[in-house]
Ligand binder design. Structure first.
Ligand code: SAM
Length: 284
């Protein structure tokens, strides 16, 4: 049983809801243009470090004939995914020692996982389980834009709560999170150094702006709820004294934000994520 990530780094809803939006069908064309995969292919796909399963869920919609397996070492994520995501086989497993035989998959994919795993194990295992010329897709979150509505700014009580919490950076170091960060230039270079060929790069830009009329009410509300869950789970990971009060403050702020949205009182708050996608082939 390993619940390190879901209990100390990012909660189930933080990852599931944010990724459900990031991999929403509204944005699918951006991914298809870079993935360059046949939508009808009966390929075997492996997702590494799948978290609660939102990317695997999107892959099942986008490639209905594919057989998809997804692994993560966090038990809570895998249990959640098994109950909530259909059409995918979810397994607990370590990316550094994959449970599969050599030459098993046509495509392997990961989203925001590379920076946490030692590169020769991370790339070496993907190359090993890929078939000759199989496709490796590495998705990596880069610097985006975050602009909050005034009604969501941190209150003095919340600031005090965070000041009283254990230092976040120290915890990340202790848990060895993000131990192998790479720049936009280093990731493709590292893949080439580990024997991948035909490397190409691209970027998916996902703009989440609830007030933009191009988004339906349903999608706008999903954006606001995803932010609420992110904030609630973040404080929930440090349940020090005052936690219940802070939870109430957060809920009231997001209730207000939803009310403003529904009343047409525009805030134009936005969150733009930039995902770098590196695509290459396994040459053996
Ligand atoms: C930033 S999260 C991303 C999760 C998911 N890809 C998503 O975008 O929602 C990183 C994930 O990598 C997983 N992880 C980290 N090291 C791992 C390892 N050695 N083997 C398997 N999974 C690992 C964590 O449990 C976590 O779910």
């Amino acid at each position: 049983m390993n619940n390190l990530w879901s209990e100390h780094v990012q909660g189930i809803m933080t990852l599931y809801l944010s990724r459900k939006l990031r991999f929403h069908d509204y944005f699918a064309e951006q991914y298809h243009n870079i993935f360059k995969l046949d939508k009808n292919d009966k390929m075997k796909i492996l997702e590494i470090g799948c978290g609660p399963g939102a990317l695997a869920e999107a892959l099942h919609r986008w490639y209905p004939n594919a057989s998809i397996t997804a692994i993560d070492r966090d038990t809570n994520f895998i249990e959640f995914a098994k109950k909530n995501v259909a059409g995918v086989e979810f397994l607990e497993g370590d990316a550094g020692a994959l449970l599969f035989e050599d030459n098993t998959f046509d495509m392997v994919i990961s989203n925001t996982v590379q920076e946490h795993i030692e590169p020769s194990a991370f790339w070496g295992e993907q190359k090993r389980v890929l078939k000759q010329e199989g496709v490796c897709l590495c998705l990596s979150a880069r610097k985006g834009i975050n602009c909050k509505s005034d009604c969501l700014e941190m209150t003095e009580d919340e600031k005090q709560y965070w000041d009283d919490c254990p230092d976040w950076r120290e915890q990340m170091d202790r848990l060895q999170i993000c131990k192998y960060p790479m720049t936009e230039a280093q990731i493709p270079k590292s893949m080439e150094e580990h024997g991948f060929s035909n490397v190409t790069t691209g970027y998916a830009i996902i703009d989440l702006t609830p007030d933009d009329p191009k988004y339906s009410e349903n999608m706008a509300c999903q954006m606001i709820e995803a932010m609420r869950q992110n904030d609630l789970e973040a404080v929930g990971q440090n349940q020090i004294s005052g936690y219940e009060k802070i939870k109430d403050i957060i809920n009231r702020k997001y209730d207000k934000r939803l009310e403003m949205y529904k009343a047409g009182y525009k805030q134009w708050d936005t969150s733009v994520s930039v995902t770098m996608i590196i695509r290459c082939n396994a040459s053996k």
